[in-house]
Design a protein around this ligand. Structure first.
Ligand SMILES: [Zn+2]
Length: 295
């Protein structure tokens, strides 16, 4: 028997874990397992759980212990010098490895290069080495971090290393492993992502998606701990004093509707997508400022 879900975990994610712990149907693996080792089972639904730890490092251990208690191995990606937490003083990465999870790097290094005049690739290599030391085990992968702090530079952090073979960075994989070759489309039969609060309007999507998966298929789950928990949890955020770094935007109704469409066109279907787009246009025309009323 595993642990109870950590306090504050949103209902749709409780349902997700509830489903995937059924060992007869599901097999779970880290990003490394699925996308580098290709350890996939033809008679199981292959679930890969990825967490980008942008903020709220305090939520990581409760979630990781819960997952591990149910035999779920996930991949956790950490920011380094631009994080609102102090990773180099933390024992969390090492604990995650002990629990059987994967630890990887969440790259903000192109930002470092452009905003702070550093050599981004040298910094990336340095962090790969330091995070490996902190974990007591070589890390395998890096995935890029996005955010509004990059808007002034008009780049993605991925652009810094996307054309470099992971082996030249002392890694086994980077984001390209998770994409269909020559695209930035996720290489999975289904994706569940909490990106930008997009599940707010369709919490039932999580269970529906999990239920329709077939043996041999791949389900990729991407969850940011701070978005997987009920709002109202206040997180300590100590951002370094670098340009444009600040907490994520407070969400409002229209922003959430926009991300709903961005992430869920297929799930919503053409008709519903068009209706929501019309609603967004109308709301924007009214110029009313909608406060986020999410519970
Ligand atoms: Zn991120």
């Amino acid at each position: 028997m595993g642990l109870k879900p950590p306090k504050g975990l949103k209902k749709c994610f409780r349902a997700f874990y509830n489903e995937i712990t059924n060992r007869d149907v599901f097999s779970s693996g880290t990003v490394r397992d699925h996308y580098f080792e290709k350890r996939l089972f033809p008679d199981k639904v292959n679930v890969c759980v990825r967490h980008d730890v942008d903020i709220a490092i305090d939520l990581v251990l409760p979630l990781a212990e819960y997952e591990a208690s149910w035999g779920i191995s996930a991949s956790y990606y950490f920011l380094t010098d631009t994080a609102p937490y102090r990773i180099w003083q933390s024992d969390i990465p090492r604990k995650l490895v002990e629990l059987g999870h994967e630890v990887g790097l969440h790259s903000d290094h192109f930002y470092e290069q452009l905003a702070l005049n550093r050599d981004g690739l040298a910094r990336l290599r340095e962090d790969i080495r330091k995070l490996s030391e902190l974990c007591g085990k070589n890390i395998s992968g890096v995935v890029w971090h996005g955010g509004k702090h990059l808007t002034p530079f008009k780049i993605r952090n991925y652009d810094l290393y996307k054309d470099i073979a992971p082996q030249r960075l002392n890694l086994d994989y980077h984001d390209a492993a998770l994409y269909i070759p020559n695209t930035m489309k996720w290489a999975a039969n289904e994706l569940i992502s909490d990106g930008e609060n997009n599940l707010r309007f369709i919490p039932g999507k999580v269970r529906k998606t999990v239920k329709k998966m077939l043996p041999g298929q791949q389900l990729l789950f991407i969850g940011h701990p701070f978005m997987m928990f009920e709002q109202g949890f206040q997180h300590r955020m100590d951002y370094p004093n670098y340009p444009y770094l600040s907490p994520p935007n407070k969400r409002n109704f229209v922003m959430d509707l926009k991300s709903l469409v961005a992430y869920n066109k297929e799930y919503l279907g053409e008709k519903r997508t068009e209706k929501i787009k019309t609603l967004i246009n109308w709301l924007e025309k009214t110029k009313i400022r909608y406060k986020c009323t999410q519970k």
